[in-house]
Ligand binder design. Structure first.
Ligand code: M6R
Length: 611
C-alpha cells in the first residue's frame, strides 16, 4: 500500500516522478505528493489522484534534478491535503515519504511534543520524520546516522525516502516490510515500490532487503545495514517490458488482464507441462520432492483471492496426493500459536509477494523450522526471496486492483504441483494422470473460447446491475470459486455478495432469497451436478433469480435458470480455472454499469503491505 518513487541524476526529476506515480497508483490513490529540490525544498501535495496533482502543478516551476513522490493509501489520518505525503520536518529542512505503519508513533509523538515539536498532520510519518530531525540536531550527526538511530527505536513497517535541503544530490532510503527497488543508470538512480517507474531507463535493479539503508546519489549507491556495515548491492537484470504495464487498447487494466488469461495461463504452463511426454517439470517442487512425498501436512497461508486459490488447492492436493491440507488466513495464522510439526510444509500464495500478513506468517513458520514454498507472481518480491523453494505464476504485472489473471495462474501452478507430487508419490493412476495433463494443457484455448462470449455476460450484468445483494453458490471444487465470485463482485461493483457451499445455504442464507435476489450458481458438470440442480430448484421455488455457469451441452439447467453462461467441458478438477472467468467478467461489467472506477475501487489498494 502506498507507492513510492524517487530520482536523482542528470534528467529533470518531476516528469520521471509523476509518471512513476501513475504506474504505482494501483498501490493507493487517496492523495498524492512530490518534493523537489532546487534552491530549497518544494513540496506539492493534494488529496485525490495523481492526475489531480498534475493538473494543479501546471505552470509551476518544477525544475529539479532530484525528487521524491508518493501516492497514498491512508492508514493514520483521513485522506486530505494535510495528511498527504511528503511531510516536512519542523525546521523545514527535511522532507520524507513513507509506506508502512510506525506502531509506536504515539509514544514518540508524546516525547516530541514535550520538546516543543508541532505537527500539521495526523500521520505516523510526520512523527518519524521529526524524530529523525530531533536525533540529527541533538546528536549533531548527519542524516544517515540519524535515520539509523531512529529506525532502531521504532517498531512497525516502513519504506522511507528522505531529502535534506543541505544535500541536494542525495536521497536516503530504508526499508523494513515494505518493498523498495533501486534502478541503476549511468549517472542516475531511480527508486520505486516496484520497478515500473524505471522501466524505460534501466534494466539493472537492486532489490533492497529489510533493515537495509541506501545512500543514493547520481553516481553512487551505498548500501548499509542498520549496524553501519557496508553491503555490496546485488544487481539483477529486469525481465519486464513496458507493454506489460500499459493498457494496450483496453479501457481498463482489469479487462485487459481478464482477456490476457489464455496467454498468461499458457506462459505459466510453458516449459513445465508436456502432456504428450507425460512430464511436469517444476524445479522448485523437484528440489523439495522428498519433503513433499513425506509431508505429514501442508499448511497453506494466504489472503483474499490467493486464499481462495489455496482453498481449491486443499481439495485438489487431498484428492490427488493424499496429504492433509489446512488453509489459513495469514492474518490469523500469524497471531495464533499454530502447531507446526517436523515435516510440515507451508505453501504461501501471493500475487504481489509483499502482503504483510503472509510475509510475517511465513517468517514465524520458518523460525519454527517449517519448509516454505512460495507461489508468487512478482519476481524478486519479499515472499519469493524468503521461501525455501517455489514456483512463479508468470502472469506478468497485474495492475487492476481485482486479482484475475494471477488467480488463474495460481490455480494452474497448484494443479501442476499436485499432479507432480501425486505422480512421484504414486497416489494417482497413470491413466488419470495423463488425462489431467491433457486437460490442463487445453485450458488456454478453452478460456479463449469462452471469452469470445463475453457479450453474454455483459448482458447479464446489465440485467442485474441494480441488485443490492447477491449470493454465489458452488459445491466441491466450485465452492472456492463461489467465494471468489462473491469477493470480485463486492470489490468491483460494491454490491454486497456472499459465497457459500450450495448445500449450506439451507442453514441460513436461504432466508435472504426474494424475487429480486440474484443467486449465481457455479454448476458445471461434476460429481455434484444432480445435487446442485436440487439447490437451484430450491431457490426457484422461492422465486429467487438464478444465474448459472454451466457446461456446454447441459440441457437441464437452462430449463430452470433465469440466465446461463456456458463454459467448455472439462474435468471437475480443471473446470474451476474456466468457471472463474465469467465471474470476473460479471463483476467487471456490473462495476462498469454502476459507474465504479474498476481499476481503483474505493478504499482498496493492490498490495496490502500493512497488517
Ligand atoms: O498480493 P496477494 O495475492 O498476497 O494479495 C492478497 C489479497 O490482498 C488480494 O487477493 C485481494 O483480495 C484482491 N483485491 C482480490 O481481488
Amino acid at each position: 500500500m502506498c507507492g513510492i518513487v524517487g530520482y536523482t541524476g542528470h534528467r529533470e526529476a518531476y516528469p520521471i516522478v509523476i509518471k512513476g506515480l501513475k504506474r504505482l497508483e494501483y498501490r493507493g490513490y487517496d492523495s498524492t505528493g512530490v518534493a523537489l529540490l532546487n534552491g530549497g525544498l518544494k513540496v506539492y501535495k493534494k488529496k485525490g489522484r495523481v492526475a489531480d496533482l498534475e493538473e494543479f502543478l501546471v505552470g509551476k516551476d518544477l525544475h529539479s534534478h532530484i525528487g521524491i513522490g508518493h501516492t497514498r493509501w491512508a492508514t493514520h489520518g483521513e485522506p486530505s491535503d494535510r495528511n498527504a505525503h511528503p511531510h516536512t520536518s519542523n525546521s523545514g529542512k527535511l522532507t520524507m515519504i513513507h509506506n508502512g505503519i510506525i506502531e509506536n508513533y504515539a509514544q514518540i509523538k508524546k516525547e516530541l511534543l514535550t520538546k516543543g515539536y508541532t505537527f500539521t498532520s495526523d500521520t505516523d510519518t510526520e512523527v518519524l520524520l521529526n524524530f529523525i530531525e530531533d536525533i540529527k540536531e541533538n546528536n549533531e550527526c548527519n542524516l544517515e546516522e540519524a535515520v539509523r538511530v531512529a529506525l532502531k527505536r521504532i517498531t512497525g513497517a516502513y519504506c522511507i525516502l528522505l531529502l535534506d535541503e543541505a544535500d541536494p544530490e542525495t536521497i536516503i532510503a530504508a526499508r523494513k516490510g515494505s518493498p523498495l527497488v533501486i534502478g541503476v543508470g549511468k549517472g542516475e538512480h531511480f527508486l520505486g515500490s516496484d520497478a515500473s517507474p524505471m522501466l524505460e531507463y534501466t534494466k539493472e535493479v537492486v532489490y533492497i532487503n529489510d533493515y537495509e539503508l541506501a545512500i543514493v546519489r547520481p553516481d553512487e549507491l551505498i548500501l548499509k545495514n542498520l549496524g553501519n556495515e557496508k553491503i555490496t548491492p546485488f544487481v539483477t537484470k529486469l525481465d519486464l517490458k513496458l507493454a506489460a504495464i500499459e493498457k494496450g487498447g483496453y479501457e481498463h487494466f482489469m479487462l485487459k488482464e481478464i482477456f490476457e488469461q489464455p496467454s498468461t495461463i499458457l506462459d505459466c504452463l510453458r516449459g513445465r507441462l508436456d502432456a504428450s511426454a507425460g512430464m511436469i517439470t517444476m524445479s522448485g517442487v523437484q528440489q523439495n520432492i522428498e519433503a513433499f512425498k513425506t509431508a505429514g501436512r501442508i499448511i497453506i497461508v494466504a489472503c483474499g483471492t490467493s486464499w481462495h486459490a489455496g482453498l481449491l488447492a486443499e481439495y485438489i492436493i487431498e484428492e490427488l496426493c493424499r496429504i492433509p491440507v489446512e488453509v489459513e488466513y495469514a492474518s490469523e495464522f500469524r497471531y495464533r500459536n499454530p502447531v507446526i510439526n517436523k515435516g510440515d510444509i507451508i505453501i504461501a500464495i501471493s500475487q504481489s509477494g509483499e502482503t504483510a500478513d503472509t510475509l510475517v506468517a511465513i517468517n514465524r513458520a520458518k523460525e519454527q523450522g517449517a519448509i516454505i514454498f512460495g507461489i508468487v507472481n512478482v519476481v524478486g518480491s519479499s515472499i519469493a526471496r524468503l521461501s525455501n523453494g517455489g514456483a512463479y505464476t508468470h502472469a506478468g504485472p497485474e495492475i487492476g486492483v481485482a486479482s484475475t489473471k494471477a488467480f488463474t495462474g495460481q490455480l494452474a501452478v497448484l494443479t501442476m504441483m499436485a499432479l507432480k507430487i501425486a505422480k512421484e508419490k504414486g497416489t494417482i493412476a497413470d491413466e488419470r494422470y495423463t488425462q489431467l495433463l491433457f486437460e490442463l494443457e487445453s485450458v488456454p484455448e478453452k478460456v479463449e473460447a469462452l471469452l469470445k462470449n463475453a457479450d453474454a455476460i455483459e448482458a447479464i450484468a446489465e440485467k442485474y446491475k441494480d441488485a443490492s445483494d447477491a449470493l454465489f453458490l458452488g459445491r466441491g471444487y466450485n465452492f472456492p470459486i463461489a467465494l471468489e465470485g462473491a469477493l470480485k463482485l463486492k470489490e468491483i461493483s460494491y454490491i454486497h455478495a456472499e459465497g457459500y457451499p450450495a448445500a449450506e445455504m439451507k442453514h441460513g442464507p436461504i432466508a435472504l432469497v426474494t424475487a429480486t435476489l440474484p443467486v449465481v450458481f457455479i454448476a458445471t458438470n461434476d460429481t455434484y451436478h444432480e445435487k446442485i440442480i436440487s439447490n437451484i430448484q430450491e431457490i426457484k421455488a422461492r422465486k429467487g433469480k438464478v444465474i448459472a455457469i454451466i457446461t456446454e451441452g447441459d440441457d437441464v439447467i437452462p430449463g430452470l435458470a433465469d440466465d446461463v453462461f456456458y463454459v467448455p467441458a472439462a474435468d471437475e478438477i480443471i473446470a474451476p480455472i474456466l468457471s472463474c472467468v465469467p465471474l470476473q467478467l460479471l463483476s467487471y461489467y456490473m462495476g462498469i454499469a454502476r459507474g465504479v472506477d474498476v481499476d481503483k475501487p474505493r478504499n482498496l489498494a493492490k498490495s496490502v503491505t500493512v497488517e
